[in-house]
Structures are given as structure tokens and as C-alpha cells.
Design a protein around this ligand. Structure first.
Ligand SMILES: C[S@@+](CC[C@H](N)C(=O)[O-])C[C@H]1O[C@@H](n2cnc3c(N)ncnc32)[C@H](O)[C@@H]1O
Length: 393
């Protein structure tokens, strides 16, 4: 066996890490614990013993992150009764930290701009309980449909709306703004008022959705108005309002009185911080790494997208509200560089200290107040987190 702990990695990946100032020993960590999160309700009401029985091991409490437990990496939870019954789900602790950084409080209206497949969205809803709302947006319809299935499995969809839309253009205001009836919609057809959500859509709604899908496919980017509502819960603020009210557009650059209290931009990235993802290339073939991770052109496209997502998420934020930007890449280009570019173009944005992080096992990023989790330091997957506040100008 080779003494070099990185011998399993191809030279091109080592070059990529060196170019990005990343320490290859991060990837020498062959496995990190698997993390599970208990649903709040379950944690309070039931003994944890039944979960231990179902997964046949004793989960270790993650002291720095409420509700999270570590189990050995080889333990599979998907077949367990606790998982099937919706009492636990798998979620990396660093992802949990990104949600905690947002500091969501009762009554908040939260926007999750890259929501699918939805682990963070579920945690947000679980924290909010029976107040506020979460609006989940994702451009990938099939991924957002999986998120909808997850909401139903864990019975967390009560206060959630899901839109298939381009997060760089999404413009719909939170549900609380919809209760003000406007002159125009007093005269709207009764049929246009949203009733309780059902998986069976009316003929009119199916036609509208299919039109939106066709338009999206024929354009590179759908327009904000073409956001497609694929799910809403009974208390998400949708039932009883009209389509015109729901599709109120926040036009211009804001600030809006009725913006979101909190915004999460968990942006699309190269996923190079995830050891599990990088290990997959041993099966996919290291030659595909070039196209999926290393290609500089792809990084340029991604950093442009990340900046647009961050900028639009911030546009939809209320003055005084907070936004968390996270990626599971560890490259400076997709993290600190994006943050710097964003700050230089947005004078009302202030980078914030993440107070909860005092006890987190992570490093400070290249910019003060930003955080980096990595497998070596944190025993978690790699994740970058930055938090911003919107100032009144
Ligand atoms: C890192 S994943 C998000 C993971 C998610 N937050 C979770 O916790 O499960 C990034 C997501 O961004 C979505 N995405 C990519 N481009 C987008 C865009 N322009 N607008 C909205 N979502 C986009 C992808 O489809 C993908 O689901």
C-alpha cells in the first residue's frame, strides 16, 4: 500500500486543489460519520430507544448542533422503521449548521432559493413549527417533485409553497403580503381562487402548468411570471387567494416592505467539498471529473450563476432581514470571490458574524466572518457559509 494518503486521487484533481489553495489531506479522510436528525416533535414526545433499536446502533449526540446525532458511516438508515415512519432523516451536520446560521424565529417568512432535494427546507419548516412560512424554489422540476414527496412523508408541508422557477429571476413575495385584496381581484373569477391543494390538478391548472413547462423548455431561462406552483400547504397563505394575488411580482431592485425575513441561497456548485461526491468518481471514472468539477469554463458559468442567485435572493429580502449563502464547494472562486463581488455591488449588504458558530468545529474562511467546514477539521462534509444583513440605506 502507498504511503501517500492522496495516491487514490488523480494528478489533475491534486492540481485543481493546489490551484485553489486547498489541502489535499482533506480528501485523505476516507470516511466521516453519517449524521441523522430527529424531528423535533419526535425528539420531545418519544424515547430515543426505539430509533436505536431500529438502526441497531447508539447514535452519538452532536453537542454543537441541536437535534443531530452521529452514527458510523456504514450504518444504513433507509431501510429502518424510524426512517420509513418519518422520525429521522439523514443530513450532514454542516448542512444543519447552514440552516442554524439563518437564526430562523417564530413567524418568519423564509425563502429557500435552491431548495431541492429539500433537507434544509424540511429543517427550516421543522424549526418554524406552526408559524411563518417557507417558500421553496428550484429550477429542476424532478428534484423539486422529490422535495414535495419528502414534505408529505414527514408531514411538514403545512406552511410551505414550492415553485419550479429560476432563482435568479424569481420575484414572488411571501404569502403574508397576499392577504391585502386588491381592487382588480375582487372581480376575478371564483374558479381562480386557490382551494386546498390536491395532487389531482384541475384541467385549467394542468394546462397552465404544461404551458409554463413548454415556455421554460423553449427559453434558456423562464421569466419570473412563469414560476410554476407545484405544491402548497393549507397554511402557506395560498388557499383562499387568487392567482393574481399569488403572482404579485416584486419588481425593481427593492427594498420591499413585504420581502422575506430570511433567505437561504444554498447555491448550485461543483460539490468538491463532499468526499462522498468525489469518491463517486472512482465508479464514474476519474476522466469525467474534468467535465464535472475541474473545467474552468464550468466554474465561470457557476460563479456567474451563484452571484445572480445571491443578488436576487438579497433583492427579495426585507430590510433588517438576513441571508445565508452556502455552497458545498471549497474553492475560493465559488465562495469568498462571489461574496466579495456581491458586497462590492450591494452597499446595503453587510457581512455578519454567525453568533451560533462560536462552538462549531469549523475554520474562518479567507474573509473574516465567513466559515468553512471540511472533513478534516469538522468531521463533516465540506461547506462554506456566509451570512449577510440587509441595511436600510
Ligand atoms: C446544492 S443543491 C441544493 C440543496 C438543497 N438546499 C438541500 O438542502 O437539499 C443546488 C440546487 O440548485 C438548483 N439550481 C440550479 N440552478 C438554479 C437556478 N437558476 N434557480 C434555482 N435553482 C437552481 C439545482 O437544481 C439544485 O437542486
Amino acid at each position: 500500500m502507498s504511503d501517500n494518503p492522496h495516491s487514490h486521487l488523480p494528478d489533475s484533481f491534486i492540481d485543481f486543489l493546489n490551484r485553489n489553495g486547498l489541502d489535499p489531506s482533506i480528501y485523505a479522510v476516507q470516511s466521516i460519520p453519517r449524521y441523522i436528525r430527529y424531528y423535533y416533535y419526535y425528539l420531545i414526545i418519544h424515547s430515543l430507544r426505539s430509533v436505536e433499536r431500529h438502526i441497531d446502533c447508539k447514535p452519538q449526540k452532536v453537542e454543537w448542533l441541536p437535534g443531530f446525532f452521529a452514527i458510523p458511516a456504514h450504518v444504513q438508515i433507509a431501510g429502518s422503521k424510524s426512517y420509513r415512519d418519518g422520525k429521522i432523516y439523514g443530513m450532514d451536520a454542516a448542512s444543519g449548521a447552514a440552516v442554524m446560521a439563518l437564526n430562523v424565529s417564530a413567524g418568519d417568512h423564509v425563502l429557500d432559493l435552491c431548495a431541492a432535494p429539500g433537507a434544509k427546507l424540511c429543517m427550516l419548516l421543522d424549526i418554524l413549527g406552526d408559524s411563518g412560512s417557507v417558500t421553496g424554489v428550484d429550477i429542476a422540476r424532478h428534484r423539486l417533485a422529490a422535495c414535495r414527496t419528502m414534505l408529505q412523508k414527514y408531514a411538514l408541508g403545512d406552511r410551505c409553497r414550492l415553485f419550479v422557477a429560476d432563482g435568479t429571476l424569481f420575484s414572488l413575495l411571501p404569502s403574508e403580503g397576499h392577504f391585502k385584496l386588491t381592487y382588480a381581484n375582487k372581480y376575478e373569477e371564483k374558479t381562480d381562487i386557490y382551494k386546498e391543494w390536491t395532487p389531482k390538478r384541475s384541467w385549467k391548472e394542468r394546462k397552465r402548468s404544461s404551458r409554463a413547462r413548454n415556455v421554460s423548455a423553449s427559453q434558456l431561462v423562464p421569466r419570473a411570471q412563469e414560476a410554476e406552483l407545484i405544491f402548497y400547504g393549507p397554511h402557506s397563505g395560498v388557499v383562499g387567494i387568487s392567482r393574481t394575488e399569488l403572482f404579485q411580482i416584486a419588481s425593481g431592485s427593492g427594498p420591499f416592505d413585504s420581502g422575506y425575513d430570511k433567505v437561504l441561497v444554498d447555491a448550485e456548485c461543483t460539490h468538491d467539498g463532499s468526499i462522498k461526491h468525489i469518491q463517486k468518481f472512482e465508479h464514474w471514472g476519474w476522466n469525467t471529473l474534468e467535465r464535472r468539477v475541474l473545467d474552468a469554463q464550468r466554474t465561470d458559468v457557476l460563479t456567474y450563476l451563484q452571484l445572480q442567485l445571491l443578488t436576487n435572493g438579497f433583492r427579495l429580502l426585507k430590510v433588517g432581514g438576513s441571508l445565508v449563502y452556502s455552497t458545498c464547494s471549497l474553492t475560493v472562486a465559488q465562495n469568498e470571490d462571489v461574496v466579495e463581488q456581491f458586497l462590492s455591488g450591494n452597499t446595503s449588504a453587510e457581512l455578519q458574524e454567525i453568533n451560533a458558530a462560536a462552538k462549531w468545529p469549523c475554520k474562518i474562511g479567507r474573509l473574516p466572518k465567513t466559515l468553512r467546514f471540511d472533513p478534516l477539521t469538522s468531521q463533516t462534509s465540506g461547506l462554506f457559509i456566509a451570512k449577510f444583513k440587509k441595511l436600510a440605506l
